[in-house]
Design a binder for this molecule. Structure first.
Ligand code: AMP
Length: 450
């Protein structure tokens, strides 16, 4: 079988272990405690050169282990530096990515004594000021807020040895490149620079020419993102019945940590209210929530207080929560790439996870595009025991993304084949809830277990 993670241009195809990488035992301990058993492709590709101070460009997406690919070399290189000065700066496009990277840093570096500080907008300046005044050796920052601090004059980058630009293409999309250049102008020239980007648009190429010296290129095939380790399923769900079907799916306890994607903020708010109404503990993140509400929702989800997090695509960008068991596409995304980004939130590098898409009759064309992009047919099923012909449950109807609220189960045209009988069927739905895709063991749930 081909290895979808094989980095192009890296000869080591065999699976290295962390012991093969030049990392201090104190770092290996942190890695072990994180539960990482072997390095990912991007880590195998970058760490050996990065620990020796070489500049590099890594083209890899979120989900490939790229954060540890730059954090581990940083920690390794700084292990024996005197504390109290800033030696490394990671610039990242979003608060969520900054918070997340700082979390990884704390865990991976816990036996090193090195300290990290996250600097991002939307919260008070004071604690961040303390980190920047010598309370951290490694700063992870969004560009705008960092510039605010720099303009106040107390940030001293004279000891800086390493600069990382994380998700450079997203920094471009978000209009941060001028800020990044402004920051760069005030950094020591003699340093190591690592740039990570999923894609390399011309502006990012220009930036890399201006910032990096003789970089090593490490490329990880894009397919890694969603394809590895995710089981994809589609469940017939007429628009007016989606909430009820989701609540029913959630009766399965293996759905322990569920990220639910919807298309609009309004639908997100409405869904979370309906879930709470059905006694499902759920939080929500979307663009209209304040920074502290978003941080709070993420924390509640991370800590397991909330089993479900409802999110819009933009708000969920960069969200990385360990152990998301399921991603549910409450709404099928119009763009196939969005599907890939969404399901990239589950499985991650641990290679296990389930993506369930609720598909209404009108979603057929969008869903086929997704299948074409993935290069596979996703098994479609009806929910055993679910009465598709019944009236919608007594909940506030969801607002319709595309103005069609009248769908009934009997209009559902999902692909079905003549696979074996489901065994346990609700009599009312007899003859409707045939399973699909006898070609996949996952296509038919046993007693609602997905
Ligand atoms: P990233 O691409 O940096 O967002 O990382 C994606 C996920 O992979 C995170 O949940 C990391 O904790 C996890 N991860 C990173 N490296 C490894 C590894 N070597 N083995 C297993 N999981 C990893």
């Amino acid at each position: 079988m081909s290895d979808p993670e094989s980095p192009v241009g890296i000869s080591a195809k065999s699976r290295a272990t962390f012991d093969d990488l030049p990392l201090n035992p104190r770092l290996r301990a942190g890695i072990r405690e994180m539960g990482y058993s072997e390095p990912t492709a991007i880590q195998r590709g970058t760490i050996p050169d990065a620990v020796h101070g070489r500049d590099l460009i890594g083209t890899a997406q979120t989900g490939t282990g790229k954060t540890a690919a730059f954090l581990l070399p940083i920690l390794e290189r700084l292990m024996n530096r005197p504390r109290g000065r800033i030696y490394a700066l990671v610039l990242t496009p979003t608060r969520e990515l900054a918070i997340q990277a700082e979390g990884f840093l704390q865990q991976l570096g816990r036996h090193t004594g090195l300290r990290g500080g996250a600097v991002y907008g939307g919260v008070g300046m004071r604690p961040q000021e303390e980190a920047l005044r010598g309370g951290a050796e490694i700063i992870i920052a969004t560009p705008g807020r960092l510039l605010d601090h720099m303009s106040r004059g107390y940030v001293d980058f004279r000891s800086l040895e390493i600069l990382v630009l994380d998700e450079a293409d997203r920094m471009l999309d978000m209009g941060f490149l001028p800020d990044v250049r402004r920051i760069h102008d005030r950094l020591p020239r003699n340093r190591q620079t690592m740039l990570f980007s999923a894609t390399m648009p011309p502006e990012v190429v220009r930036l890399s020419r201006d910032f990096l010296r003789d970089p090593r290129m490490v490329h990880v095939a894009e397919k890694t993102v969603a394809a590895v380790g995710v089981t994809h399923l589609a469940v017939a769900a007429p628009s007016s019945q989606k909430t009820g079907i989701l609540v029913r799916l959630l009766q399965d306890e293996t759905m322990s940590s569920v990220l639910v994607f919807v298309r609009t903020k309004r639908r997100a708010d409405q869904l979370v209210r309906n879930l709470q109404h059905s006694n499902v503990s759920a939080g929500v993140i979307h663009g209209n929530r304040s920074q502290s509400q978003r941080v709070h929702a993420l924390e509640s989800f991370r800590s397991g207080n909330h089993r479900v997090l409802v999110a819009t695509d933009i708000a969920a960008r960069g969200v990385d929560v360990e152990g998301v068991s399921h991603v549910v596409n409450f709404d099928v995304p119009h763009e196939a790439e969005t599907y890939v980004h969404r399901v990239g939130r589950t499985a991650r590098a641990q290679r296990r996870g389930v993506a369930i898409t609720l598909i209404a009759p009108e979603d057929g064309a969008d869903f086929s595009r997704i299948e074409r992009l993935l290069g596979e047919t996703i098994p479609r099923a009806t929910l055993p025991g679910w009465d598709y012909s019944a009236a919608p449950p007594p909940m506030a109807p969801m607002s319709q993304g595309r103005g069609r609220g009248q769908d009934r189960g009997d209009r559902y045209q999902g692909r079905r084949n003549s696979g074996s009988s489901t065994g346990r069927r609700d009599r009312r739905s007899e003859g409707r809830s045939g399973d699909s895709g006898g070609h996949s063991g996952h296509s038919r749930p046993r007693s609602n277990r997905w």
